[in-house]
Design a protein. Structure first.
Length: 246
């Protein structure tokens, strides 16, 4: 029995690792598609695509997966993808925005609505919560990829055209105007920095704490949204209680 149990434990860990790897590949595929759709499939002339291809290589993403994402962007196979944004309220009235990339808006809308409904939330109308978020360019440099200290990195970011920078234990987080992100990204890459992230994303202007009795519902909602194949990003104007285990 011990051998049987050990096999199941190992298989369980492997399945969990495979699922995690699959979500990473899914995220990279979407980013590859977006980068190629905006700047073309030629990595030599598309810095954002080069960055995403580097992430794909670092994650050991199969070449077939990479090629499928590029084929989608160039229209191979006939499928046409478009970006769609959904706004809604989580349990307790917290604001949630969902960015999706889909070839079937009806399918995606039904799945998003179902997720909100099943977990005590509701899908809102356009503009219902978007005013609570600020759109910014975001570039990050991992600390272990540079010898620069915080002051040196800040000066480099400002010289590149950034608005602000925040240092964490693991990375330098650089913020820009949405229209400046590309120029800041290119300037930092040309200066020799290895970028971990370069994108335009939404940041909540204020946050609301999720009620303690709604934490499990809220976490289940975010998990279901994040695991949907069409969902690219989930933005939350919410924080969990300090004593929450989620």
């Amino acid at each position: 029995m011990s051998g049987h149990s050990k096999w199941h434990n190992i298989q369980g860990r492997k399945n969990a690792q495979d699922a995690k790897r699959g979500k990473i590949f899914q995220k990279i595929s979407r980013n590859l598609y977006q980068a190629a759709k905006v700047g073309g499939v030629d990595a030599e002339s598309n810095p954002q695509l080069r960055l995403e291809l580097e992430k794909a290589r670092a994650a050991n993403m199969p070449k077939d997966n990479v090629q499928r994402a590029l084929d989608k962007a160039s229209g191979v196979g006939g499928a046409k993808f478009e970006e769609v944004t959904y706004e809604g309220y989580g349990p307790g009235g917290t604001a949630v925005m969902v960015s999706a990339l889909t070839d079937n808006k009806n399918r995606t809308a039904a799945a998003i609505r179902s997720a909100f409904t099943h977990h005590g939330g509701s899908l809102g109308t356009n503009g219902s919560v978007s005013y609570m978020f600020d759109r910014k360019g975001f570039v990050s440099v991992l600390r272990d990829t540079t010898t620069d200290d915080e002051d040196t990195m800040l000066l480099a970011a400002l010289d590149a055209g950034a608005d602000d920078m925040k240092a964490t234990d693991s990375e330098y987080q650089i913020f820009t105007a949405p229209t400046s992100m590309t120029a800041v990204r290119d300037a930092l890459q040309q200066a020799g920095y290895q970028l971990d992230t370069a994108e335009v994303r939404l940041f909540p202007e204020t946050t609301t704490e999720v009620p303690e009795d709604k934490v499990d519902q809220y976490s289940a909602l975010i998990d279901e949204l994040s695991e949907d194949d069409d969902v690219q990003d989930v933005y939350e104007a919410a924080v969990l209680p300090a004593n929450s285990n989620n």
